[in-house]
Design a protein around this ligand. Structure first.
Ligand SMILES: Nc1ncnc2c1ncn2[C@@H]1O[C@H](COP(=O)(O)OP(=O)(O)O)[C@@H](O)[C@H]1O
Ligand SMILES: [Mg+2]
Length: 385
């Protein structure tokens, strides 16, 4: 892990009055740039050649003579051959020389390895660098480990396929679409064998997928991704905020469930098994009696990160949950950074964020509001790692 001293020394070179917000141009980058623009920052999107147009062209910022944005949210782009080239020393130097505060998103930690993010990326980052690793399922202190430590509810783990007894989700990486999911479900061992063989045949699963698979109880109920924010600088009110709730459109699952049941069965008989590739988001709210539980979970998570991943979570995090028929939450995934579904409240905010902040409050905006506040209070080092 890059030392605290080195990060602070790099931050020390910044002209904070000229700080801008930088982000890898994918995942939740538009929300990040939109929020930064609303909070008066300039933005930089680091793009990969061939997929830069959204940022470089369509959402490009135009400002009037006084510098006020009149269109778009991306002031500047850096277009690289590969996303991971952001790690090249000259690119890191460029980021730091232009006072760029980096907001890590899932694309950043997917296209760059966690080791590189921890050791080689010297740019001051808004949020908790060390926690990013906890998202890698299967690591020794991954998010499940943290949930266990925090005494938070998560779906029961199934140790081996022979133990499958009831609907189970098998979480594996897609063999071909490397960054996507090759998830499937099975109700017993026979079905597990049947489906996994079919998926291997189709190239969705690797022959030895089992080595890296996580098997757990499938929770039957709606999905709520709780987009929280932890503000270490807050002194009067609560430090935990609920900004929004999203849920995802997953391909091809969502097409599957819009068919009559008979056709779903026929598809499955033909070996057409739904995939879980995220391709969009929607917004949701919770019934009010569940909100206390949601906050309680967030508080426990924050506490556990402070205990086991010092300094603990800073800024946005997302508890991805299912709620069962008895209204129990199960956390099946945790993002210790800006969530992937926050574009759903980009610019317009979300009922909870807006209610709290009395203005349109998205996660992207809340992030930049924190940066602004930290700069004003001369406490930037408290939210940087
Ligand atoms: N235990 C579970 N029960 C029911 N659905 C689940 C469970 N775990 C995951 N899912 C479904 O799979 C999707 C992706 O799961 P997740 O664990 O978040 O994977 P990733 O780490 O790739 O984001 C979720 O959006 C949800 O629909
Ligand atoms: Mg997830």
């Amino acid at each position: 892990m890059i030392s605290r001293d080195e990060v602070l020394a790099n931050l020390g070179r910044y002209d904070q009055k000229k700080a801008r917000i930088g982000v890898l141009a994918s995942h939740s980058a538009l929300d990040t740039c939109d929020g930064a623009t609303s909070e008066g920052f300039n933005t930089l999107a680091v793009c990969q050649k061939g997929r830069e147009k959204t940022f470089n062209n369509y959402f490009r910022t135009q400002r009037d003579a006084s510098g006020n944005p009149v269109r778009g949210v991306v002031d500047d782009t850096l277009i690289l051959d590969r996303f991971s080239d952001v790690l090249l020393p000259q690119n890191q130097e460029y980021l730091m020389n232009t006072n760029t505060l980096w907001v890590p998103n899932r694309s950043f930690t997917s296209y760059c390895s966690i080791d590189q993010v921890e050791n080689d990326f010297k740019v001051p980052m808004v949020g908790s660098r060390n926690l990013l690793r906890s998202e890698e399922r299967g690591g020794p202190q991954d998010y499940y480990w943290l949930l266990e430590k925090a005494n938070l509810p998560y779906p029961k783990k199934i140790e081996k396929p022979e133990d499958i007894d009831g609907l189970t989700i098998i979480k594996v990486h897609h063999h071909v679409k490397k960054l996507e999911r090759g998830f499937f479900t099975a109700k017993d061992y026979d079905q597990y064998v049947e489906k996994s063989q079919e998926l291997i045949r189709q190239g969705v699963l690797d022959e030895d997928f089992e080595k890296h698979a996580r098997m757990e109880q499938y929770i039957i109920g709606p999905v709520f991704n709780l987009d929280f924010f932890y503000d270490p600088l807050e002194e009067k009110g609560e430090k935990v905020e609920l900004l929004g709730i999203d849920w995802r459109f997953e391909s091809s699952l969502d097409g599957y469930v819009r068919l009559p049941a008979k056709q779903q069965v026929e598809l499955e008989q033909d070996g057409i098994i739904p995939e879980y590739t995220v391709c969009g988001h929607n917004s949701a709210t919770l019934r009010e009696s569940l909100l206390d539980k949601a906050f309680e979970m967030a508080e426990k998570y924050v506490k556990a990160t402070q205990q086991y991943y010092k300094p603990g979570i800073i800024g946005p995090f997302c508890l991805q949950t299912c709620v069962d028929k008895d209204l129990n939450f199960y956390i099946y995934d945790v993002a210790p950074r800006i969530g992937g579904g926050t574009n759903v409240h980009m610019s317009v905010g979300h009922p909870y964020g807006n209610t709290l902040w009395r203005t349109n409050m998205s996660t992207g905006r809340r992030l930049s509001m924190e940066v602004r506040k930290a700069i004003e209070q001369e406490r930037l080092e408290e939210i940087i790692t």
